[in-house]
Design a protein around this ligand. Structure first.
Ligand SMILES: Cc1cc2nc3c(=O)[nH]c(=O)nc-3n(C[C@H](O)[C@H](O)[C@H](O)COP(=O)(O)OP(=O)(O)OC[C@H]3O[C@@H](n4cnc5c(N)ncnc54)[C@H](O)[C@@H]3O)c2cc1C
Length: 419
């Protein structure tokens, strides 16, 4: 057996976990059919030990009964313990720098100041974004997500005023949930733009606003942003973009996140600090002089990302195909799509599996476009499926009922990928 090919995956949530399963279930077996002597080891570097199904957060923040925390924070071990130590190592750490010339990532284990250099043969960057509030993404201390959910469970029942900043899907869903479950609270939603859902087809935002305003105590305000917030034990005071201040019992920041790329050189990144790609298969572009062979990116941290989990259904097979093609060319000596003389061992594998070994091919990236579901409370909401309007009652049925919790298990276990 050869020395294992070391694959390092940075970031262990939607993109990273999905990728690890995809590599073990589909990509690695296909490469081993081509050359059974090749072995692989994956190191998953991530600070969290749970999968965070953040899609459920707007309902889970209401109380611990609607969606118990244990349904959206699930131990990674439930999905990863099936892999042996010689296949997978979980490093509970943050990537803190990268040396492309040495092909190493420096990682800092959670709770430690001692760093460690991790060599890689192939590297996948899936570090996502960090939102101001840990309600929507993990923070470097992942336990803050649970703390933030619990804090709202305590404070929401007595809050008379709630201010939410952010007119995207997360802000709308959160306002809709609070309006439904705490109808006596006065809710102010600041879109921060000229309308809700400013980056979506223009009909959706006003429609979402009219659903929100069926609740007498919801007010939606446009073109006003929160510039600063001062939190205290009894509430918050926010400074707004028109210079005024506002006090509120509860302030929820639902504005977007910042890309987790502080460990990369600035010239690998676009204007939003997301990782630039050099082709449609998510190979990292780099800066023209650094060695970026075998370096790939996926998930929200990708330049131009749609910032959805759904896009990963298409992006994961595509980026894995780029890795497979690059590995087959470099380590096995076959070009994409080429048939390989299987040799004695490969021939036996072919006999057993009844298949000829073929070199991998690139998989085109074909995400489902113009699709989004934004519940406004459990009873309805706005949505588009491939650009077509999705009726409110179907938004409620598909997402509003349980916030897509049925997707957690297949993601966590890898069952979503069919070999
Ligand atoms: C409330 C809400 C509702 C949503 N609803 C939908 C929906 O209905 N449909 C949909 O398709 N999408 C939805 N999304 C978007 C979807 O959740 C994201 O697109 C998805 O989580 C992106 O996955 P990711 O793995 O790229 O990033 P993340 O899920 O953010 O994961 C990034 C991981 O990287 C880790 N990390 C960070 N920095 C480092 C580092 N330096 N080193 C190592 N690891 C690091 C983090 O701890 C985390 O584990 C929603 C998002 C939110 C917040």
């Amino acid at each position: 057996m050869s020395t294992p090919h070391e694959i390092v995956v940075l970031g262990g949530n939607f993109a990273g976990i999905g990728l690890v399963h995809y590599l073990f279930k589909i990509t690695i077996p296909s490469l081993q059919k081509l050359d059974p002597a090749k072995t692989f080891h994956i190191t998953l570097v991530t600070p969290n030990t749970d999968l965070f199904f953040k899609i459920g957060s707007p309902r889970a923040l209401i109380n611990d009964k609607q969606i118990p925390e244990s349904k959206i924070l699930r131990p990674l071990s439930e999905g990863l313990s099936k892999y042996k130590p010689e296949q997978l190592t979980l490093a509970q750490a943050l990537a803190t720098s990268l040396d492309a010339s040495k092909r190493t990532v420096t990682i800092t284990p959670v709770g430690s100041e001692t760093t460690k250099d991790l060599p890689y043969d192939s590297l996948f960057i899936a570090t996502g974004t960090t939102s101001a509030s840990p309600l929507w993404t993990f923070h470097p201390d992942p336990s803050l997500t649970s703390t933030a959910l619990k804090a709202l469970h305590t404070s929401l029942p007595t809050a008379k005023t709630v201010l939410i900043a952010g007119g995207g899907a997360v802000g709308i869903e959160t306002a809709g949930e609070i309006a439904h479950f705490y109808p006596s609270a006065k809710i102010t939603l600041l879109s921060g733009a000229a309308q809700l859902l400013p980056n979506s087809p223009p009909v959706l935002g006003p429609r979402a606003q009219s659903y929100l305003e069926t609740h007498a105590k919801v007010e939606v305000i446009h073109n006003l942003r929160v510039e600063a917030s001062d939190l205290s034990a009894t509430g918050a005071t926010v400074t707004l973009s028109d210079g005024s201040t506002k006090t509120t019992d509860l302030y929820i920041d639902a504005t977007g996140g910042k890309a987790n790329t502080g460990f990369l050189k600035a010239d690998w990144l676009d204007g939003t600090k997301r990782v630039l790609t050099r082709d449609a298969y998510f190979r990292v572009k780099g800066n023209g002089s650094d060695d970026v062979e075998g370096v790939y990116v996926l998930g929200d941290v990708t330049a131009g990302s749609a910032n959805t989990a759904m896009v990963l259904d298409a992006q994961t097979p595509t980026v894995a195909s780029a890795f497979a093609v690059d590995f087959a060319r470099k380590a096995i000596g076959v070009e994409a799509g080429e048939k390989k003389n299987p040799g004695l061992l490969g021939g036996l594998v072919g006999l057993v599996f009844g298949k000829k070994a073929a070199a991998p091919s690139l998989v085109e990236f074909k995400p489902m476009k113009d699709t989004m579901l934004v519940p406004v409370g459990p009873g309805g909401g706005v949505g588009l499926i491939m650009g077509w309007r999705f009726p409110s009652f179907l938004v409620a049925k598909v997402k509003g009922k349980n916030f897509l919790l049925e997707l957690v298990d297949p993601l966590l276990t890898g069952d979503k990928w069919k070999a």
